[in-house]
Design a protein around this ligand. Structure first.
Ligand SMILES: NC(=O)c1ccc[n+]([C@@H]2O[C@H](COP(=O)([O-])OP(=O)(O)OC[C@H]3O[C@@H](n4cnc5c(N)ncnc54)[C@H](OP(=O)(O)O)[C@@H]3O)[C@@H](O)[C@H]2O)c1
Length: 319
């Protein structure tokens, strides 16, 4: 049994990871602000120790990293590290103190791809604060791991989906109305030819990847792994599949980006731009080979579960 401290364990991934860890016999400590509950109830949570700590506040006070070390973890899973300074503080305190640090990154450490599906070795060309900072964190942590200072594995999820929150939709944003439009066979406009891609992953498959990294320590340390479904999907193919779930043909129209953007809510257009300007399409070959990662969900299967939940909640209306 190992003592696993998860920083931010009651969100999308933690909902699935915490029960997996408990069921495997680990002692689990969940560090959060205590604001959120997991998306699904599970008896495993009864044996989880909760530590209420606001990372942002504790980092400002310079106490966060020592507080994590003082919990005496064998393993730390860091779900919510967004700044290089946060990674540096934590690495400083954990060096020589833990068997394994798993850091959750993002496939947005990549900018536009070259060869697809892109391997982890693709040269990093991130843009935007989030991806740029996550790429800097990756560089720092991989360097620490490869110098032998800290046994780190990085998992880079694609767009995380599951029942309980809005999935990234076929227009490339988060308004669930797009699913209603497709389910009812109504017209949906897509940007360009609809051939840009998105790459989802079910939250339980992210949890699976973390479990595989812990179980295959020597193959996982010093490595980063794309954590996505077996295949990215084009927005057009995604829209057609969703309409097909409801016995409809997708009534799609296509507009050049600027024309499409002008007809959208600005926040939704921005979200679409963030996704299609990257058009992620990431390879899982390395994780399959080194860790035996075998995602249970294709992108469409993962989204289907989330959409079924939205239908049950009355958010998506099929008629
Ligand atoms: N969502 C995606 O599609 C996506 C895609 C690629 C990569 N990622 C990466 O995945 C990671 C996030 O994982 P997730 O989606 O499972 O997280 P999440 O659903 O956003 O959950 C965040 C967790 O962290 C806790 N938390 C938030 N702020 C905190 C703070 N200041 N101090 C302490 N705890 C805090 C939350 O609980 P409280 O609110 O109770 O504190 C919750 O348990 C990030 O590293 C992100 O970059 C996400």
């Amino acid at each position: 049994m190992s003592r696993v401290v998860i920083i931010g364990g009651s969100g999308h991934v933690g909902t699935y990871l915490v029960p997996r860890l408990v069921e495997t016999g680990h002692e689990v400590v969940n560090v959060t602000r205590g604001k959120r509950a997991p998306y699904q109830a599970n008896a495993a949570w009864r044996s989880v120790e909760t530590v209420v700590l606001d990372r942002a506040e504790a980092e400002k006070a310079g106490t966060f990293a020592d507080a994590i070390r003082d919990l005496k973890p064998d393993i730390v899973v860091d779900m919510i590290c967004f700044l290089p300074e946060s990674a540096e503080q934590l690495a400083g305190a954990l060096s020589g103190q833990v068997r394994h640090l798993v850091h959750v990154g993002t496939i947005w450490v990549h900018g536009p791809s070259v060869v697809v599906p892109a391997p982890e070795t693709q040269t990093r060309r991130p843009f935007g604060d989030y991806g740029t900072r996550k790429a800097a964190i990756e560089t720092f942590l991989m360097d620490a791991a490869q110098r032998g200072d800290l046994p780190v594995t990085i998992v880079h999820p694609g767009h995380i989906v599951g029942p309980g929150w809005n999935p990234l939709n076929p227009a490339g944003h988060f308004n669930p109305e797009v699913f209603t439009t497709l389910a009812q066979g109504r017209e949906l406009a897509l940007a360009n030819f609809g051939m840009e891609t998105v790459h989802h992953v079910h939250a339980d498959d992210v949890a699976q990847m973390i479990m595989k990294a812990l179980a295959n320590w020597s193959a996982a340390v010093g490595e980063a792994f794309h954590t996505v479904s077996p295949g990215a999907i084009s927005l057009r193919g995604y829209a057609e599949a969703v309409a097909g779930w409801f016995g409809k043909d997708a009534a799609l129209t296509f507009l050049p980006w600027e024309e499409w953007k002008a007809k959208q809510n600005p926040d939704e257009a921005r979200a679409t731009w963030e996704h299609i300007s990257r058009s992620p399409n990431a390879s899982i070959e390395k994780a399959r080979r080194l860790l035996g990662y075998a995602p249970r969900y294709t992108s469409l299967e993962a989204v289907r579960e989330a959409v079924d939940w939205l239908i049950a909640k009355g958010v998506v209306k099929t008629e």
